[in-house]
Design a protein around this ligand. Structure first.
Ligand SMILES: [Zn+2]
Length: 345
């Protein structure tokens, strides 16, 4: 008499430990059973028991095979920086990369100003109208707002006005003055620059880009006057261009400074001695930036008493500085991702 239960237990155990579970179906014990069907007293009952045993083994084999398939996968190292089982990515050879000229020049500009006692702050790529305009003495409806045509979001700020991609890094003036407000009480100046990205809705050409860079400068203390502003900018520009330069200031208008100036420097390339100079068109002067004494309303908006403290501010296009320094003819090269341009620096 065959003990089907004992045989099933034995064969199932083999299935569960075998790397080739399907081979258990060819076990000699099973072959013997098939042979016994012929001679069995009750062929039908014996055959049914054999079939049941076979089915039980089949389902155990399927389970075991699924499990083995799982084990077949290579282990995953969750600490690896990439999927170790994937083909290695083709990394760009470091030898052929270079720092973007704008990043490099910003680092240099920051270095010069830090040596002059300034801290550097980042700007924002989206801001509210209070910081872009109101805190800078551009009240609602002020016509000068139209000179700062930029991009606005569908989302609105707390006053129900669209948020703005800042058209100048002056958008940080109010925050920077508040952040360092306490320095004034300790007899120290607020001295900060904000070199960062700005946006304008421009018709693009060799001199106009929708995305460009600006360095904003702020200096507030007791007794600050326009002479300090001019000397500061002259010192910076002479350091940046590595040579003595003449500077020229003409009256101008900005809502956030009073008085305001347009600042020009003598052409670093021809000093006015080349009529066909591409940088200054033979004029000998390059209009470079806007600046002025911070408007009392702007100081008040930052909790600074304008009867006690005065300050200056300037805003200078970084792309323009770099274009002049390296005689780059088209501002659009910077954002073009053209490697043959970028690798020259
Ligand atoms: Zn020139």
């Amino acid at each position: 008499m065959t003990d089907f239960a004992a045989l099933e237990t034995e064969l199932l155990a083999r299935v569960e430990t075998s790397d080739q579970p399907r081979s258990v179906l060819r076990a000699p014990e099973l072959k013997q059973l098939y042979a016994q069907i012929r001679d069995a007293d009750d062929k039908a009952a014996f055959g049914a028991s054999v079939n049941q045993l076979k089915q039980s083994l089949e389902s155990a084999i399927t389970v075991r095979e699924d499990m083995l398939a799982q084990l077949d996968r290579a282990p995953i190292d969750v600490t690896a920086p990439m999927d170790v089982n994937a083909p290695l990515p083709q990394l760009a050879p470091a030898a052929r990369g270079s720092i973007h000229p704008i990043s490099r020049e910003i680092a240099y500009i920051v270095d010069i100003f830090q040596r002059m006692g300034y801290v550097a702050e980042s700007s924002r790529e989206i801001d509210d109208q209070y910081h872009v305009f109101e805190s800078l003495n551009f009240p609602k409806g002020h016509p000068a707002r139209d000179d700062y045509d930029t991009f606005m979001t569908v989302e609105q700020d707390a006053d129900g006005e669209p948020l703005i991609a800042p058209a100048h890094t002056s958008t940080m003036q109010n925050r920077v003055m508040k952040k360092y407000r306490d320095s004034l009480d300790h007899g120290e100046a607020i001295a900060a620059i904000v070199p960062d990205r700005v946006f304008r809705n421009e018709d693009l050409d060799a001199r106009h880009e929708h995305t460009f860079y600006q360095v904003e400068g702020i200096y507030v203390a007791r007794g600050v006057h326009a002479g300090m502003l001019i000397a500061t900018l002259q010192t910076f520009l002479e350091e940046y261009y590595g040579q003595k330069l003449d500077v020229r200031v003409n009256p101008f208008y900005f809502p956030f400074t009073e008085p305001s100036f347009e600042f020009a420097l003598s052409c670093p390339f021809c000093a006015g001695e080349n009529d066909s100079c591409k940088v200054c068109s033979g004029e000998g002067w390059v209009e470079l930036l806007g600046c002025g004494m911070i408007h009392p309303n702007v100081l008040r908006a930052a909790d600074i008493d304008p009867t006690e403290y005065t300050g200056f501010a300037f805003g200078c296009g970084i792309d323009r500085l770099i274009m002049m320094k390296h005689q780059i003819e088209d501002v659009r090269h910077f954002e073009s991702a053209k490697l043959d341009f970028l690798r020259q620096f």
